[in-house]
Design a protein around this ligand. Structure first.
Ligand code: M6R
Length: 367
């Protein structure tokens, strides 16, 4: 059942080329410029005319929402708010006629997300679901949606569901932007090609980073703390990397937008502090390089996720992990992979129960 892997989590990490492909299958064809999301066709106009999109979710699914905020705003120019379902439900949230609520949930059974959907529904909002489990409570409650089709996820730590959520949310943003005319046909086509080539790049990435990550895991398995830093659409990836490490290895970890470091967490940095940077050659590159310098100046141990061929960060960081280049908004799907593997290998080396971490359940069906 684990397909020869020692844990479901590792199996699911390595399933990602396939699960991402499955999330696009029958929906996208770059050669003809076709993008269809069956369940959303009748809502394409509503999406294009939305005044605001509110995403509600918990945990890793909330991180997917944060990445999607960058993508929707960039492509479709619609303001997005991303809310913890547990906060949204108790706040008497303001929902207007032209708002659309997107509920993101792997299981479709998370109690807080169910309650958030109920409240938004009672206020008359259009609710769309991005769920993995077909026929789950949230999938049935929403007006329409797009399944992630990642297949069953057994490991408590979400991995393939996250990258499938990102793929589907990106397709939703493109579907909306195309209708709305906020991106050119050429750009639309480029991004379809970017999406279509992702499964191959995910496979390359996993192959390429696995051994180097194992070495880094062995060196840092006894660390007491970890800091993860990223900017732009890779800031939520920093949060996700930290969550993965916390939940399965029980090491305290925090994710931050790199520029926020100066506003507090920089005080934590000394020669005992591993700092994982997502430092890709994108619109944040120069800025993140300065942040790396700030950490180095305080003797922090820099581990950087970089694009292949990067020379600048290579000369600064103690360790670099190279990943292929892709479109900036698609890069979280690649940059999260080494972070999943790092958490996995550290947890295994510490003797933790990777698939069933203490105190955690796969779906949180009580509040
Ligand atoms: O099934 P859901 O996507 O609604 O679950 C939300 C969170 O409980 C979940 O992502 C949790 O944070 C994971 N254990 C993270 O790996």
């Amino acid at each position: 059942e684990k397909g020869g892997y020692p844990h479901f989590m590792l199996k699911e990490i390595f399933e990602q080329p396939r699960s991402i492909y499955d999330s696009m299958r029958g929906r996208l064809d770059a050669s003809t410029g076709r993008l269809t999301l069956g369940g959303l066709i009748e809502y394409q106009n509503r999406l294009a005319n939305a005044d605001r999109i509110i995403m509600v979710a918990c945990g890793t699914s909330w991180h997917a929402g944060l990445v999607a905020e960058y993508i929707f705003e960039e492509l479709a120019r619609i303001p997005v708010e991303v809310e913890y379902a547990s906060e949204f439900r108790y706040r008497n949230p303001i929902i207007r006629e032209n708002d659309i609520v997107i509920a993101i949930s792997q299981s479709g059974e998370t109690a807080d997300t169910i309650a958030a959907v109920q409240i938004a529904k009672a206020k008359g909002a259009l609710i769309l679901g991005v769920c993995n489990v077909v026929g789950s409570t949230i999938a049935r409650m929403t007006h329409a949606g797009a399944y992630t089709h990642a297949g069953p996820e057994i490991g408590v730590a979400s991995t393939k569901a996250f990258t499938a959520q990102l793929t589907v949310l990106t397709m939703m943003a493109l579907f909306t932007a195309h209708k709305k005319g906020t991106i050119s046909e050429a750009r639309f086509r480029q991004l379809l090609v970017g999406l279509e080539t992702l499964p191959q790049k995910v496979e390359e990435t996993l192959e390429r980073v696995h051994e180097p990550i194992k070495k880094i895991a062995a060196l840092f398995k006894d660390a007491r703390n970890f800091l993860y830093l990223g900017r732009g659409c890779n800031f939520p990836v920093a949060l996700e990397g930290a969550l993965k490490l916390k939940e399965i290895s029980y090491i305290h970890a925090e994710g931050y937008p790199a520029a926020e470091m100066k506003h507090g967490p920089i005080a934590l940095i000394d020669n005992q502090m591993p700092v994982v940077f997502i430092a890709l050659q994108d619109s944040s590159y120069e800025k993140i390089i300065s942040n790396i310098q700030e950490v180095k100046a305080r003797n922090g141990r820099v581990i950087a996720i970089v694009n292949e061929g990067d020379e600048v960060v290579k000369n600064m960081a103690e360790f670099v992990i190279e990943i292929p280049k892709t479109e900036e908004i698609l890069s979280p799907i690649l940059s999260v992979l080494p972070l999943q593997l790092l958490a996995y290998h550290i947890a295994v080396l510490r003797g933790c129960d990777v698939d069933q971490p203490r105190n955690l359940a796969k779906s949180v069906t009580v509040e």
